[in-house]
Design a protein around this ligand. Structure first.
Ligand code: MG
Length: 391
């Protein structure tokens, strides 16, 4: 229920992706508690239409304009409104809702995230690149709109919950846990020579291809450090990473009395999503209860920045600030795509990111247009670097 006693009105940007699917599982598990406002997908018309009909959404938007006719076709005879293209995506993000789940992957999710933030709805944020590239702007948009930022990324959800109601002045560190990914125990040489099918095998989490590759390189943790810095407005030197292969402890907050608070659970995105939908109320999910005795032991180890140079590159970009995180994110998106397309082995990803960061001046952008220029410029440099390092 929302404040006015009706069901919580939810919009999902990225409805056909991994986070979108987990969100729909939470909604399906609690049909009385939620009503769907808008749904957005990039190009998967069949799935989008199926979800729209099942959830009785008010409005659906497909980002790829060429799919407009197909979407209209699928939804003919229903009362669901249909839109296509960038403006329709912004409209979907802006419609009156209680919470907008922002789960479009990559820099592509920035404009719709900002629109959702301005709308006054709570922002259930799964898109980490929006905070990495334009964190200040997202926070300003939320302040203007009046909604709250509730992170969905599992680590940030854990930090958010472990900070809730606590003494902010007593925080000494935010500690993000990392699974270590599929290459955690691999040698440096083997990691550099890894192929896409090896990098796409994540041990614990079932996620989209981009974030799975980022997990294998630990760039995901680097992006998450910057995301945490932006969400919680905390200094870079108060952020740390610990590798925790079982992915049960989702992150920790250390306080100056020596204590730490953590949030634990079976690794399933339904848990952080359900918390974000009606926070501070919790919503039931189909996630099995965590039985710690069954796990027996939880282990922790320091991250290895030599074998995982993307983590060190991201930390450097975070400390530089300004254009550096934007350039790093753009270079990484291009490099991951090139790796998946077979341009080079896994070791090419940090090479491309490093090459682009070396050419980046760290002046802080002040507008969305300036961010777009840095992003586009960095992608051009990254494509040149891809060509240089291609086999
Ligand atoms: Mg995460």
């Amino acid at each position: 229920m929302n404040d006015s006693g009706g069901p919580t009105r939810v919009s999902i940007l990225g409805a056909t992706g991994s986070i979108g699917s987990s969100t729909l599982r939470v909604l399906t598990h609690n049909p009385e508690q939620f009503a769907v406002v808008s749904l957005v997908a990039q190009r998967n018309v069949e799935r989008l239409a199926e979800i729209a009909l099942r959830t009785r959404a008010e409005f659906v938007a497909i980002a790829d304009e060429r799919q407009f006719a197909a979407l209209k076709d699928h939804l003919s005879g229903s009362s669901i409104e249909v839109g296509a293209g960038g403006e329709a995506v912004i409209e979907a993000a802006s419609r009156r809702a209680d919470v907008v789940v922002s789960a479009i992957t990559g820099y592509a999710g920035l404009r719709s995230t900002l629109a959702a933030a301005r709308s006054g709805a709570n922002l259930a944020l799964a898109n980490k690149e929006a905070m990495v590239t334009a964190g200040t702007m997202v926070r300003a948009a939320l302040a203007k709109g009046g909604g709250a930022l509730i992170p969905v990324d599992s680590e940030h959800a854990a930090l958010f919950q472990s900070l809730w109601g606590q003494d902010r002045d007593a925080i000494t560190q935010l500690i993000l846990t990392a699974s270590g990914g599929p290459f955690r125990t691999w040698s440096k040489e083997d990691i550099q020579q890894a192929a896409p099918d090896q990098a796409l095998k994540h041990p614990n989490w079932d996620m989209g291809a981009k974030v799975t590759i980022d997990s294998a390189s630990m760039m995901n943790k680097g992006l998450e450090l910057i995301e945490a810095q932006q969400i919680f407005d905390i200094a870079p030197d108060r952020l740390d990473v610990v590798v925790h292969p079982q992915s049960i402890v989702h992150s920790l907050v250390a306080y100056h009395d020596g204590g730490q608070l953590a949030q634990l659970g079976v690794p399933d995105m339904q848990t952080p999503i359900s918390a974000a939908l009606r926070w501070p109320k919790r919503t039931k999910t189909s996630v099995p209860p965590l039985d710690l005795a069954q796990y027996g032991s939880l282990t922790f180890e320091p991250p290895d920045r030599d074998r995982f140079p993307c983590l060190a590159l991201a930390e450097a970009a975070m400390r530089h600030g300004g254009a550096a995180p934007i350039a790093m994110n753009a270079a990484n998106e291009v490099a991951v795509r090139a790796f998946l397309d077979g341009a080079f082995r896994f070791g090419g990803i940090p090479q491309v990111v490093s090459e682009v960061l070396d050419q980046t001046v760290a002046e802080a952008p002040v507008s969305l247009d300036e961010i777009a220029v840095i992003d586009a410029d960095s992608r051009t440099k990254a494509h040149a670097a891809v060509a240089k390092f291609s086999k």
